[in-house]
Design a protein around this ligand. Structure first.
Ligand SMILES: NC(=O)c1ccc[n+]([C@@H]2O[C@H](COP(=O)([O-])OP(=O)(O)OC[C@H]3O[C@@H](n4cnc5c(N)ncnc54)[C@H](OP(=O)(O)O)[C@@H]3O)[C@@H](O)[C@H]2O)c1
Length: 348
């Protein structure tokens, strides 16, 4: 099966994904009978293009990385803006990888709504749409026979949503606890070694893992949005980031971290969700946890999530030193799931 792909957002994640697609074209064709061609790419400052035939993906990658406009890519047709691309593109799957908008998830929510309404399958790595509009987008996808997938929004390509959906049928998630924000975890780990808060944050920014606005990490917003995404998808909740009882890491002192470590413990920013009657209580806060526990042992940029279920007890997922390639892998794993769904549909 050949799928037509559109990209809304062509930044670090989408370009890493484009490289994987290019490198793995032959094996995926052979192993999954899956091939693809790119028909549209939209960005904020690097232009928007479509093609009636095929856009050469690596030429588009090179173009953006050289700071050129995508209209330089031969054989492409310039489009006015991302909205017109979403409204008019000829695509089976749309990859939405625009930046997180912490206020309301827009304009990603609108892009995804438009694409799903057109029956286009959507795969996103953007937390915003799942935290601000999950139930609406899920329903819209069902109405239009499309897939809405988002494995990359929590812990990159580590299976979280797919694990529960595919491997834990019949179980009910009753709670979770996770160290989910790499920037704050790196800052805390570096401070344990005696580094200042400011130095440790500069280190996170130097490694390119901090949000464009690092306050979103430090004040616990990123961890809160991820908690909401987990609750909405895994616990059938309809929460918003403002519902999270949230504290960041601004108040932490190097002395408290060093003292915790000396007593076999560590201080971690933990996102929690817990079913309380018909509600789900969501918190993000610093916690003192044993160094030898799943959450206490997470160092640097690594992440961990413990999922508590009614029938399978607790399961832990640990991701070591994730980078942009792991997020790109999330898009790939979702693409394969979409392909399997379309294949099954075609056979019936
Ligand atoms: N980086 C990671 O490791 C990681 C991990 C997990 C999840 N994510 C999520 O994945 C998404 C993409 O991350 P990234 O690192 O690839 O971001 P990025 O490098 O900043 O790329 C964002 C892309 O979106 C485009 N864009 C910005 N505003 C837009 C708008 N209003 N309409 C259409 N396009 C727009 C940008 O255009 P220009 O190229 O013209 O600027 C750029 O191509 C984000 O939501 C992020 O939170 C990232």
């Amino acid at each position: 099966m050949e799928l037509k792909l559109a990209f809304i957002g062509f930044g670090n994640v989408a370009r890493a994904f484009a490289r994987i697609l290019t490198d793995r074209k032959s094996p995926f064709n052979r192993d999954f009978d899956l091939s693809w061609k790119t028909t549209a790419i939209a960005t904020a400052r690097h232009g928007c293009i479509t093609s009636a035939d095929e856009i050469e993906l690596m030429r588009a990658v090179n173009c953006v990385e050289s700071g050129d406009n995508l209209s330089e890519v031969g054989g492409s047709i310039p489009a006015n803006d991302p909205t017109s691309v979403v409204q008019n593109c000829d695509a089976d799957v749309l990859f939405e990888t625009t930046p997180l908008n912490i206020s309301d998830g827009g304009p990603a929510v609108t892009y995804i709504r438009t694409a799903l309404s057109r029956g286009i399958n959507v795969i996103t790595a953007n937390k915003g749409p799942v935290a601000f509009a999950y139930s609406e987008l899920k329903e819209l996808a069902e109405q239009h026979g499309a897939n809405f997938r988002f494995e990359g929004v929590v812990m990159d390509g580590a299976p979280v949503f797919n694990l529960v959906e595919k491997c834990l049928p019949g179980t009910r998630v009753v709670g979770f606890a996770g160290v989910l924000n790499s920037t704050t975890n790196l800052v805390l780990t570096e401070m344990e070694k005696g580094r200042s808060f400011e130095d440790a944050l500069v280190e996170a920014q130097r490694r390119g893992i901090a949000e464009a606005n690092a306050d979103h990490d430090i004040d616990g917003w990123d961890a809160a949005v991820k908690a909401v995404a987990l609750a909405n998808v895994l616990m059938d909740c309809d929460a918003r980031p403002a519902d999270v009882d949230r504290k960041g890491i601004r108040e932490v002192t190097a002395d408290s971290l060093v003292a915790a470590k000396a007593s076999g413990r560590s201080v971690r920013l933990v996102s929690r969700g817990r079913r309380e009657g018909t509600d789900v209580r969501l918190t993000v806060a610093l916690e003192i946890v044993p160094l030898a526990s799943t959450l206490g042992g997470v160092r640097g940029t690594s992440n961990a999530l413990i999922i508590e279920t009614d029938l399978m007890g607790e399961l832990a997922i640990v991701e070591t030193d994730p980078g942009v390639d792991q997020t790109a892998y999330a898009l790939l794993s979702d693409l394969i799931v979409v392909h399997e769904t379309l294949n099954r549909r075609q056979k019936h």
